[in-house]
Design a protein around this ligand. Structure first.
Ligand SMILES: C[S@@+](CC[C@H](N)C(=O)[O-])C[C@H]1O[C@@H](n2cnc3c(N)ncnc32)[C@H](O)[C@@H]1O
Length: 246
């Protein structure tokens, strides 16, 4: 994805009380960043311009959100969208500048998030060696498990069939069970669904959106993503296992 440089983004973000550029210092204490620390904590990985984030945060003032992205240029847009959608400075969201590949530098089990959103992450389908860059790769899921509370969920949306099927297998390997699945989100009637920038773009092209809700299981998985190879056979078995659980 090409991201246009925006000179205004960094100064606006630096002046924003709910922008965090040094998330490591909040590790384990994210709930305290909000006026209502007892509220549920939802995290978004790769929020982009925050089109769906803004609608979601405005519609749910009783939920605290942390929306993360690596690009300050898109976070600048996210900040503006949030102010517009919330009708002023919101107090239930923090926007976090970070590399999600190292997300466990920023969150741990003390944060105990109830939910993680991953919407339209890059599918990295062109070269097999790039598979580990996916935001749903087991290297990521093992980290997300640690910052989710027991029974916590991941809500995952994509336009990409291969990323979707592979990700379902990753979820099975990493201790998640399927709670909901549709391969046509718009046609499914699922609500509430806050449309993201990329979701709108793919819907306009007529691409059906794939969506799944995965729940963290209590049993620790014995899968080690740094040592195990994700062969087609491993993925096929894991995919069958998670779909059987539906
Ligand atoms: C295709 S966009 C999707 C944006 C938004 N979720 C949507 O649905 O419109 C993917 C976003 O993920 C972010 N991203 C990709 N890799 C990342 C990483 N390692 N750490 C943080 N953000 C990342 C990109 O900067 C980009 O904003």
């Amino acid at each position: 994805m090409h991201i246009r440089k925006k000179k205004w983004a960094r100064p606006e973000l630096n002046a924003c009380a709910w922008y965090e550029n040094d998330g490591e210092k909040r590790k384990g204490h994210w709930r305290e960043a909000f006026p209502r620390p007892e509220a549920p904590l939802h995290l978004e990985m790769g929020c982009g311009k925050g089109v769906s984030t803004a609608k979601m945060a405005a519609a749910n003032p009783d939920i605290n959100y942390v929306a993360a992205d690596i690009s300050n240029d898109v976070l600048g847009d996210a900040r503006r969208n949030l102010v517009r959608e919330c009708g002023g400075e919101p107090d239930n969201i923090m926007i976090l500048s970070c590399d999600i590949c190292f997300i466990d530098r920023y969150f741990d089990q003390r944060d105990g998030a109830e939910r993680i959103y991953i919407s339209f992450c890059n599918p990295w389908t062109e070269r097999p060696k790039h598979e580990k860059r996916r935001l749903t790769h087991p290297r990521q899921l093992i980290q997300y498990r640690r910052m989710l509370r027991d029974g916590g969920e991941i809500w995952f949306k994509t336009d990409d069939d291969r990323l979707f099927e592979d990700s379902l297998a990753y979820f099975a390997l990493c201790g998640f069970e399927l709670r909901y699945l549709t391969r046509d989100l718009a046609g499914s009637g699922f609500e509430p669904n806050y449309l993201s920038e990329h979701e709108i773009m793919y819907m306009e092209k007529g691409v059906p959106i794939k969506f799944a809700i995965l729940r963290k299981t209590p049993e620790e998985p014995d899968f080690d993503p740094t040592r195990f190879r994700l062969t087609p056979g491993v993925k096929k078995n894991a995919l069958e296992k998670i779909l059987q659980g539906m």
